[in-house]
Design a protein. Structure first.
Length: 202
């Protein structure tokens, strides 16, 4: 979907009942300035919240020369655009089963921009990346992000608590729709094939 940052900003302003801006980079425009100042923080937050298909990348990571001081055998540097881990060597990082079987599911740990694990090099990682090019965004995410901007900035723009509540309600509805659309194009996740899992699903 070919949508610019200015168009997304204007969608957010439209939701707030405000006039559109000409250019989000215009430092003389108050609305452009407050949206621009919040853009990067809100974008990282919203993209990290979910495994967006348009933002997923795959990479084979080589081990660093220096291993972790203790606990794991190998350390791997995460990519600079990394936001959230999805899987390592085909095993999901989105399913937290450590409460039920800590020994089987403590296979890696993300610390300080590194993946620490006992898996030998290289490891195959899938992750949510920071996609700054708005032309690559899914249409549902465009609307969701515009709703997020509107909700976060309502009081700065309108100064109304009731408007803020309505903006967050619209955000929640847009998020539900976006998650649903994203799930439609996602293959069903399966649990790791272990005897522990097998004895509980038979």
């Amino acid at each position: 979907m070919a949508t610019s940052k200015t168009e997304i900003a204007n969608l957010a302003l439209l939701k707030l009942g405000k006039n559109p801006i000409t250019n989000i980079e215009d430092t003389r425009d108050h609305h452009a300035s407050i949206i621009r100042q919040s853009w990067d923080i809100l974008l990282d937050s919203e993209m990290r919240n979910h495994a967006w298909l348009f933002a997923i990348k795959r990479v084979a990571l080589p081990a660093l020369a220096e291993p972790p001081a203790f606990g794991y055998s190998y350390a791997y540097q995460l990519p600079p655009d990394y936001l959230r881990l999805i899987s390592i060597n085909g095993e999901s990082a989105l399913l937290d089963l450590s409460t039920y079987n800590p020994e089987a599911y403590s296979r890696w740990q993300v610390e300080g921009g590194l993946v620490l694990t006992n898996y030998a090099s290289p490891i195959n990682a899938r992750y949510v990346a920071r996609i700054e090019n708005t032309h690559l965004w899914d249409a549902s995410f465009v609307d969701l992000f515009a709703c997020r901007i509107a909700a976060e900035l309502t009081q700065k723009v309108n100064g109304s608590a009731s408007d803020r509540q309505l903006a967050w309600q619209e955000y929640a509805e847009s998020r539900a729709a976006a998650y649903k659309n994203n799930a439609i194009e996602t293959d069903t996740q399966t649990f790791p094939d272990t005897s522990w899992i097998g004895t509980r699903v038979m």
